[in-house]
Design a protein around this ligand. Sequence first.
Ligand code: NOJ
Length: 482
Amino acid sequence: MPDALLPEPWWEEAVVYQIYPRSFQDSDGDGIGDLAGIESRLDHLSWLGADALWLSPIYPSPLADMGYDVADHCAVAPELGDLRGFDRLVTSAHQRGQRVLLDLVPSHTSIEHRWFREHPEFYVWADQPPNNWVAAFGGPAWTRDERTGRFYLHSFYPEQPDLDWRVPEVREAMSEVIRFWADRGVDGFRVDAVQQLMKDADLRDDPFATTPFVLPLGDEYGRLDHVHSEAGSEIAVALEAMREAAGGALLVGEVYRPTRDLGPYLEHLDLAFAFELLHAPFDASRLAEVIREGAEARRIAWALSNHDFPRLATRFGEERSALAAMLLLTLPGTVFLYQGDEIGMVDGAGGSPPFDRAGRDPYRHPMQWEPEAFGGFTTGAPWLGLSDPLTRSVATQRDAPGSPLELYRSLIALRRDLDGPVEVEVRGEALEIRRGAHTVVLNLGDREIERPEAGHRVLSTIPGRGDARSIAPREGAVFWDS
Ligand code: NOJ
């Protein structure tokens, strides 16, 4: 177990900043963010207090799934840079004490990956669709390959054929990919779509779902109970291979399952995301439930947003986003922040025509650094328009008391002082989180409430609260009992 080897791994309380490379910073005026741009903005991460960065896919890709359709796992997309630029980025990050995580996409490739033609045995084939499986974005999970007339399996878009992890050569090929990047100094991987790595060996039909899945699914996908089209206990075969190749590098699983089902995955992965928190309604009882479950499961990666779901500020509005930030950053364990959440970025208009067929463009608009038309993101024409850089940007929020950016920075700084396990309690519409000598009270309701007896306020989501005797409606406050 990695825990036993590394009693205090670096990620245990880390804040990991998710970068969407095309939308972070353009350095060459082509309107697309790139690795050199990311390198030029690493000081923002240091200033904020992030310990690590996760890069969403940087590999060559025809972009059917905006990079999650990988055409070559051991190269950099030309529009983002090259391997030398990648090495420079890793060196610069390490010089600042920041760790670097890559996105590993092991369950499928792009249909344009050379393996699809040169190694058809790496994929799952049938003469006719053998079952009722559907793809996550809708439509059948089997598509006819015009060249061979046979059908291949794809859990996502038809441009993303699934790899067959039962084939030893697939496990070896992907292990080589992991070693390739680990040898270049990468500190870990966020592992994509882990539950889709293994499927039923007999390709049996999925039964119809009798109750809604705990997490949101597309309408069509949600109609089935994915007991056969997603991994069962055999997942260990795939994860063991990955673990062996990764050695001590961090493996964070994107396992789209309820927290209670993460056990078998955490036998091999270091961490797994708690998607129940990301999707929880902002209700004290439900939040308490998912935090307790996560704390019990241990080794949870907490996140409230990413490039796949509507932005935090759009879902919650300004005031409640501040409470959400306080919640996230006071939880014990590893926390992931999505770029732009720290300045309260909201969903954008998306591309016209859309880049992503599943409608996720609005969550991927360029980062807003400066209050100018292109947000300081590019000097060219941005690949996806800027949303509202004149309203919110890093430059205008830095050193501005009460801004989302200042709150995030203060919370990350305060996080270093929090210790001890988490205890959560619901008090009416308020959620109380205790961490050692600190008590966090999130008043989710519309009425003023009593503050805790002991301790004084060290931080509030509402500026100027001083040590007021009450907690205002929709205020989040941290008290320290010195
Ligand atoms: C999860 C990724 O976050 C998402 O963007 C992608 O579409 C699917 N996995 C398929 O790779």
